[in-house]
Design a protein around this ligand. Structure first.
Ligand SMILES: [Zn+2]
Length: 275
């Protein structure tokens, strides 16, 4: 849909100029009422800018290219995903719970934290969970130039591969933010961009009950659930609420008959049903 390499910021820049021109035309009555062409251009421009921005930040849309936020609604499966780790002791505690209930999950790891806690990375892999790339410094990719973006992704994949022998093939941009250049950079590396369909804003520590109810109320077949075992590169906030909520979410969804799968398994289902 859009020229590759376009950045959200440059598209918004162009639109801002168009809106200003529209307003000037309107101000000076260059096109007389009732047509008001200038104002029309300005309003359209603002709407387009808003649409482009929402497309960059909302997890479930494909305006800038295919992202994966949800599986097929025909199967009663859900995928748990944990971002920003590894981060002790919370990653360990989540792994204990996953082990207790025999539930797989997917961990989108921050490269800097990977290098700090290789033991945790190894434990995640050895327990059979999936590992994904969440950039090296947890940066906003919309503000990064291509070189920095590539470095952030490549360093993280290398850090994970050095420890586990396996290179992740899924990536979640921090905050889910992407634009055409982000999508192209990931496509060049054959990294699938994975977003989510259910979030509870667990990173704000709203209370265990809130995390659980916001999640359970939104879950449906094929949901990809976003949770956080880590806290960006700051690694300072407690994730105790998410740990306890994870236990309750698993219990509740198992009771409702859901099966837990990795992101790869949800994607495989998607691709199979497409054929
Ligand atoms: Zn994150």
């Amino acid at each position: 849909m859009f020229e590759m390499n376009m950045r959200l910021i440059s598209m918004l820049g162009i639109i801002t100029v168009v809106v200003l021109i529209g307003l000037i035309i309107d101000y000076f009555y260059m096109v007389r009422k009732p047509v008001r062409l200038g104002l029309g251009i300005a309003v359209l421009g603002i709407m387009l800018g808003l649409g482009l921005t929402l497309s960059a930040v909302l997890p479930e849309n494909h305006v800038y290219g295919t992202v994966f936020s949800e599986g097929r609604p025909t199967q009663k499966v859900v995928a748990l995903t944990f971002d920003d780790g590894p981060y002790p002791p919370y990653t360990n505690q989540i792994l204990d719970i996953l082990q207790e209930y025999h539930v797989p999950a997917t961990f989108f790891m921050v490269g800097k934290n990977v290098e700090k806690h290789p033991d945790l990375v190894l434990r995640v892999q050895q327990a059979g969970h999936q590992l994904g790339n969440h950039t090296y410094n947890h940066i906003d990719l919309l503000k990064a130039n291509r070189k920095l973006m590539e470095r952030e992704v490549d360093y993280t994949n290398k850090a994970i591969a050095d420890i586990t022998g396996q290179r992740p093939h899924v990536v979640r941009p921090p905050h889910g933010f992407r634009d055409p250049m982000v999508m192209e950079t990931m496509a060049d590396r054959r990294l699938k961009v994975v977003e989510w369909s259910v979030m509870s804003r667990d990173w704000t520590n709203p209370g265990v009950e809130a995390i659980v109810s916001r999640t359970i109320n939104k879950v449906q077949n094929g949901s990809v659930i976003l949770l956080h075992d880590g806290d960006g590169i700051a690694s300072s906030a407690s994730r105790a609420q998410t740990v306890e909520a994870t236990r309750q979410i698993i219990r509740e969804l198992l009771a409702q008959g859901y099966q837990f799968v990795t992101v790869d398994e949800i994607l495989a289902n998607l691709e199979e049903t497409k054929k």
